[in-house]
Design a protein around this ligand. Structure first.
Ligand code: AMP
Length: 442
């Protein structure tokens, strides 16, 4: 099957050709015709499956036939959890829509709002936004959502995880009842199901990867090691195997900084990206990493969410995530679009509970290794896990969640208590005023 079999216009086919795509991915084969028909869609798809093109291409085609947007009006709204994902979706919209007379813009927090206000003023065909900044601009009267024809919630599970449910509900009150809704999520909790029931009308269901399973093209392994030896083991593995373009996940911002510094001292070029870094620092680090100039990028979960790095060969879990679903998201960075990838997790005695949760979720046992010279102490006692939550200044927090490190989470994503995630760039003082903060500060 080719893209032209899917009913896409010549202008879109030209743009797809310029991207070098020859064959539609499974999600594209199913989503493109369904969205072109105008119905709602509920798609279970991880990053790396080609989902962005799966909704962007048919959305562009549907909009290209219609009327111009009203002043300050928007015809299609794509909501994403993070700035990085918003920027990437915006880039796809521009790339695929390059031969169409449609206007688009990306907005998120943490940067000045005036250029965003200026871009929206004449009206836009497509607006890609994180929820916080969108609602801010709406409150100030800069954007009119009453003419929305298509609403896309991308990575909806992560938006809920980050505490955006209230913001999403507010947005739903601002859009007209007659519209097309597309909901994408990597995992399907009861909360996502509830959102889908509220939002969608007789949706087409698409499930490309089985729920909560990890990509088949990713080779996954666990190295058992003592907590204190993880940094040295990581430096050793990177040097011994000559890994390049390694994305390393840490649980905390502080941990990301310390690890990047440590690797740097071992002559392994590394930078950290997380929510405390300015947008320009994050963009700089990401471009250097993508260009192959930076060997290691150390990231927290929220900062790394949505990073689109083609053919990323190595993902390392320096620490296992507290929430088992995050493991699936993390390793979704590698083995993308059919390329082989390797995901390695460094696991110490504190994390055995977390490892069990992950293996239960993905329904397979991960291969365990011990690297000579880094044998774990069989008598080591588990300690509570540092999780970085409950602090606002990038310091450390302790979950005090007992010895096995599962922190009482049972592998289920935790909903924020009425707060909002941090990656929309909201200032902490403002989040506090609104009564709480998101699940995780990354
Ligand atoms: P996504 O899941 O949307 O984040 O896309 C993952 C990656 O796959 C991106 O780098 C896309 O550029 C790439 N991609 C999307 N569709 C195709 C395709 N049909 N053939 C090859 N690569 C693709």
């Amino acid at each position: 099957m080719t893209f032209s079999d899917l009913g896409l216009s010549a202008d879109l086919l030209r743009a797809i050709d310029a991207q070098g795509y020859t064959t539609p991915t499974p999600i594209q084969r199913q989503a493109i015709p369904a969205v072109l028909q105008g119905g709602d869609l509920l798609a279970s798809a991880q990053t790396g499956t080609g989902k962005t093109a799966g909704f962007t291409l048919p959305m562009l085609q549907r909009l290209s036939g219609g009327k111009r947007p009203a002043k300050r009006g928007v015809r299609a709204l794509v909501l994403t959890p993070t700035r990085e994902l918003a920027a990437q979706v915006g880039e796809s919209v521009r790339d695929y829509g390059r031969h169409l007379p449609l206007t688009s813009h990306v907005i998120f927090g943490g940067v000045g709002q005036q250029p965003q206000v200026d871009a929206i003023r004449p009206g836009l065909d497509i607006l890609v936004a994180t929820p916080g900044r969108l609602l801010d601009l709406h409150q100030q009267g800069h954007v009119d959502l009453s003419g929305i024809e298509i609403l896309v919630l991308d990575e909806a599970d992560r938006m809920l995880d980050m505490g955006f449910i209230h913001d999403i509900k507010k947005v739903l009150k601002l859009v007209p009842p007659q519209r097309q809704n597309l909901l994408f999520s990597a995992t399907f909790s009861n909360e996502i199901q509830a959102l889908a029931n509220k939002l969608l009308d007789a949706p087409t269901l698409i499930e490309v990867a089985r729920r909560n399973t990890t990509a088949e093209t990713v080779d996954q392994a666990v190295y058992r090691v003592d907590r204190e030896k993880k940094r040295d083991l990581l430096a050793h593995l990177i040097s011994a195997h000559r890994w390049y373009q390694v994305l390393v996940f840490t649980r905390t911002k502080h941990g990301a900084n310390r690890l990047a510094e440590h690797l740097g001292k071992q002559d392994i070029p590394a930078m950290a990206i997380h929510g405390n870094k300015s947008q320009s620092a994050r963009t700089r680090a990401l471009s250097a990493f993508k260009a192959g100039e930076l060997q290691v990028l150390v990231a927290t979960d929220i900062a790394a969410r949505g990073l689109d790095i083609d053919e990323l060969p190595h993902v390392v879990n320096f620490e296992l995530p507290n929430v088992a679903e995050d493991y699936v998201h993390r390793i979704g960075r590698t083995g993308r679009a059919g390329n082989d990838g390797q995901a390695v997790s460094l696991v110490c005695v504190d994390e055995h509970g977390l490892l069990n949760n992950i293996e239960r979720l993905i329904k397979r046992d991960l291969e365990k290794h011990i690297e000579p010279g880094f044998e774990p102490d069989p008598n080591a006692k588990p300690e509570p896990i540092e999780n970085g939550r409950g602090n606002r200044g990038g310091g450390r927090g302790r979950n005090g969640g007992g010895g096995n490190g599962s922190g009482g989470r049972g592998g289920k994503p935790q909903q924020a208590q009425g707060g909002r995630g941090s990656d929309d760039g909201q200032r902490p003082s403002r989040r506090r005023r609104r009564g709480g903060q998101g699940r995780q500060q990354a």
